[in-house]
Design a protein around this ligand. Structure first.
Ligand SMILES: Cc1cc2nc3c(=O)[nH]c(=O)nc-3n(C[C@H](O)[C@H](O)[C@H](O)COP(=O)(O)OP(=O)(O)OC[C@H]3O[C@@H](n4cnc5c(N)ncnc54)[C@H](O)[C@@H]3O)c2cc1C
Length: 378
């Protein structure tokens, strides 16, 4: 006899974990993960920063709404989910000054300030003079202790009675009258609601269920860890980003994490860094800073999966009852996870969104899969 659950998450990355943690005790929950441990794929490979301006204006309310949840979770668990505010500094050369103002204009409600060359130099003295033409300062940016947050969500789900099954790759999905039969080889589980939290595999999973794909594109993003001479290291340096998105870097334990801001479409896979992207990262860092460039300590890549409009997809599939999307978190799935978990749990329970989300401007419609279904959900 197949095990039966009210809600089954497929994927134990941050998407599945944050939603499972927020479903509460009134429902039976299972989380199915293909790999031997949760966080093997994208959720274990992020750059781990929280920035309200990162991801675009449609994503920003979810990021803003997450901050109070981060802070209250820290109080409840006694764990540090966030680092101290290091701030982010968008920089540009002389021809990019206008871009700094345009970016500022995108986020009228955020605490941000366009600053001049001297203030840029003060905050990021490693930048070469030509990269200090101007800056956009976003003070509330911090690091996220992503593994701590991820583990805490899984712990909460288990404490509420949830079950985590690793090494459980879903290979078929069959719609029944009262929900779904989920199979992995000969094993079967029954769920009233299934949650597609399969990250880069989310469109493939939809197709297993006989549902049209949304057009999600997994994109490779590379991170390179560079150890610099001690005199060049600044633990308090901000996250520094090219305003036109050709690189970013931030300090971490005596190293700088550098990304060439690559977005190379990929099939869903255990993606690895390409030598060329590592070389581009170091070259861009050398062009922009006076840091000593040496052989990188390590590098990795992960897949950031985007919907065609680059907003996440949270909500019930209009064409298939009991199929819920929690996908397309692109490059912002960590910073938005606390609020996204609350939003998705409210939608599954059919409850109104909590005031804290509404006050931050979260509009569930903006993330609904119905936006991709021309005739459904209208
Ligand atoms: C280099 C890089 C830097 C980033 N930096 C940041 C950042 O600074 N801040 C931020 O907020 N975000 C950042 N992100 C984005 C963030 O990491 C992602 O948005 C987030 O991890 C996506 O989580 P997920 O749960 O959707 O995907 P995943 O973590 O990939 O989880 C999906 C899971 O589903 C499982 N799965 C797939 N198919 C099946 C199946 N058939 N059966 C069972 N299980 C299955 C997979 O094994 C996987 O574990 C970054 C990403 C990358 C790659």
């Amino acid at each position: 006899m197949a095990e039966r659950y009210d809600v089954v998450m497929i994927g134990a990355g941050i998407g599945g974990a944050s939603l499972a943690a927020n479903l509460g005790t009134g429902v039976s929950v299972a989380i199915l993960e293909a790999e031997a441990f949760p966080g093997y794929h994208t959720s274990g490979r992020s750059a781990a920063f929280y920035s309200e301006s990162y991801g675009g204006p449609v994503v920003q309310p979810l990021t803003t709404a997450s901050l109070p949840y981060f802070i209250s979770a820290e109080k409840e668990t006694g764990e540090a989910w966030l680092g101290t505010e290091r701030g982010a500094l968008y920089v540009g050369q002389a021809h990019q000054r206008e871009a700094l103002h345009q970016m500022r204009a995108l986020y009228p409600a955020l605490e941000m300030e366009v600053i001049g060359p001297e203030q840029v130099a003060e905050r990021a003295p490693m930048l070469r003079p030509e990269w200090r033409a101007g800056g956009l300062w976003e003070p509330r940016v911090r690091d996220i202790n992503t593994a701590t947050m991820h583990q805490a969500f899984l712990r909460t789900a288990k404490r509420n009675g949830g079950v985590l099954k690793t090494g459980w790759r879903v290979t078929s999905l069959r719609r029944e009258q009262d929900g779904w039969t989920i199979s992995s080889g000969s094993e079967e589980i029954h769920a009233r609601v299934i949650v597609n939290a399969a990250g880069a595999w989310a469109d493939e999973l939809a197709q297993l269920a006989g549902i049209a794909p949304i057009g999600l594109v997994p994109m490779r993003r590379t991170l390179v860890v560079l150890r610099v001479p001690q005199a060049e290291y600044r633990a308090d340096a901000p996250l520094v980003l090219d305003v036109d998105g050709s690189f970013y870097f931030k300090p971490d334990a005596g190293t700088y994490w550098v990304s060439p801001h690559d977005e190379t479409p990929s099939v869903p896979c255990d993606v690895q860094p390409e030598e060329l992207d590592v070389a581009i990262a170091l070259d861009r860092l050398e062009q922009a800073t006076t840091l000593t460039i040496s052989r990188p300590e390590r590098s990795w890549a992960g897949l950031r999966t985007f919907a065609p409009d680059r907003a996440p997809i949270y909500g019930f599939e209009p064409t298939a009852p009991g199929f819920f999307w929690c996908a397309g978190q692109g490059g912002f799935g960590m910073q938005t996870a606390p609020a996204a978990g609350v939003l998705c749990a409210s939608l599954i329970h059919g409850e109104p969104l909590p005031g804290a989300l509404l006050e931050a401007g979260v509009d569930a419609e903006a993330y609904s899969p119905a936006r991709f279904r021309a005739t459904a959900g209208k």
